[in-house]
Design a protein around this ligand. Structure first.
Ligand SMILES: [Zn+2]
Length: 415
């Protein structure tokens, strides 16, 4: 078989048909023709080719419109499998997924990203092995995808001066995972989470939405027309360092004053919670601080859940500040949905309620008419589901598909 060299060698419509079935689920030839605008004969030819590659198969029958019920076609999500990881500031989540982002096995453990790539990635590799043993995928691994808590140069898969990841700057992630013999993609964790919500979460079927992660820091993943928007250098959505009006001055870890995350991120909540405990404004947090020696954002959330007034005020204040930034995004970008995720997003209903209230109050009426502000439904799985989506999107992208399609799998092409 001749090796396809470039997109020019792929028959017109093949990538689009595969993409459509992959994103929309099983559909009939008629629906495909209508969506893509190719003749029935061409569609039949392309489907036969995709069937030959093992990527598309028949999947029962669709609704009849009078005559014989039409056969439906589905994407073969089990043609290959993916190893994915979501690295947080303090945790590692690893999974084996199929090509549709369905998780077959999931492993998680606490970790310190600041321990550096050697320590953290050695654990990732061990967890990959454990997850593979549990999942026993019936096919080969086709790719690796990892989300990291910092800026990434997407094309070269290298972290770029990540503030909370000492030792990771310019680290050669592809070189590290080269022994697996499969293609590797890395992206910022928030972008990956946004893709997860788009594939299997609350963003399903939404063309334009923003995922806001409130963890130790704050960031946003932007979905435009069903695709992640990375921007010119890959750092679009870094809303944690937008300056916010506040009645005090706080220096951010980036060196600027009153960045959103310095006022309202998880680390800021922990800091302000400790201050409330030490200054005697919160009996609840004072007791907790005496027991634990330090506080985190989850402790402040616990205080709010117990009705502790100081904790409630800290959470509500964080919600108002995040809401200010989100309102600016809503006015600028007009999304149909804001998804709030990350470790602090689970901090009770007060946070979400104040974000929502501020966004509706501060945005233009037309932009909020159909705007939903909701919590992530995937929670701590958003990252691994999204990392799988990222890898599948790249494997089947028009720029990459010709490199391996005739070889039968990306593994053969890499080898
Ligand atoms: Zn900053």
């Amino acid at each position: 078989m001749t090796r396809l060299a470039s997109l020019n060698d792929i028959p017109p419509g093949l990538v689009e048909i595969l993409d459509y079935i992959r994103r929309h689920g099983p559909c009939t030839r008629a629906a495909l023709g209508e969506a893509i605008g190719l003749s029935r004969a061409v569609i039949t030819q392309r489907l036969a080719a995709l069937g030959g590659y093992g990527l598309i198969a028949e999947d029962g029958v669709g609704p009849s419109t009078g005559g014989r019920a039409p056969r439906r076609l589905r994407f073969c999500a089990d043609a290959g499998y993916l190893l994915v990881a979501d690295l947080g500031a303090t945790s590692i989540d690893v999974a084996v997924a199929d090509l549709a982002g369905e998780i077959l096995a999931h492993r998680a453990e606490p970790a310190d990203i600041a321990a550096g790539p050697d320590v953290v990635l050695t654990r990732v590799e061990a967890l990959f092995e454990e997850a593979l043993l549990q999942a026993e995928p019936p096919g080969a691994v086709w790719g690796i995808g990892i989300g990291v808590p910092g800026p990434v140069e997407f094309d070269t898969a290298r972290p770029n001066s990540p503030p909370i990841m000492p030792g990771w700057d310019d680290y050669q992630m592809r070189g590290r995972f080269a022994p697996y013999g499969v293609p590797v993609w890395i992206d910022n964790d928030v972008n990956v989470m946004a893709l997860g919500e788009l594939t299997a979460g609350i963003g399903r079927g939404r063309e334009n939405f923003v995922f806001v992660k409130i963890g130790t820091g704050i960031g946003a993943g932007i979905i435009v027309r069903g695709q992640i928007h990375r921007g010119a250098q890959g750092c679009a959505g870094d809303i944690g360092h937008i300056q916010i009006a506040a009645d005090r001055e706080v220096i951010c870890r980036c060196g600027n004053v009153n960045c959103l995350e310095a006022l309202a991120g998880g680390a800021a909540l922990a800091r302000d919670g400790e201050a409330a405990a030490l200054e005697g404004r919160s009996p609840f947090l004072r007791t907790l601080l005496a027991e634990k020696g330090s506080l985190d954002a989850a402790d402040v959330a616990r205080g709010a859940a117990h009705g502790d007034a100081a904790s409630l005020e800290l959470i509500a204040n964080a919600g108002r500040l995040v809401g200010q930034a989100v309102a600016a995004i809503v006015n600028f970008f007009n999304p149909s949905l804001i998804v709030i995720g990350g470790g602090v997003a689970g901090a009770g209903d007060t946070l979400l309620a104040t974000i929502r209230q501020t966004v509706y109050h501060r945005s233009l009426p037309l932009s909020t008419r159909d705007l939903g502000v909701h919590r992530s439904v995937l929670g701590d799985r958003a990252g691994v589901v999204g990392a799988a989506t990222m890898v599948a999107n790249e494997l089947f992208a028009p720029e990459f598909l010709p490199r391996w399609l005739d070889a039968g799998s990306p593994v053969a092409a890499e080898g």
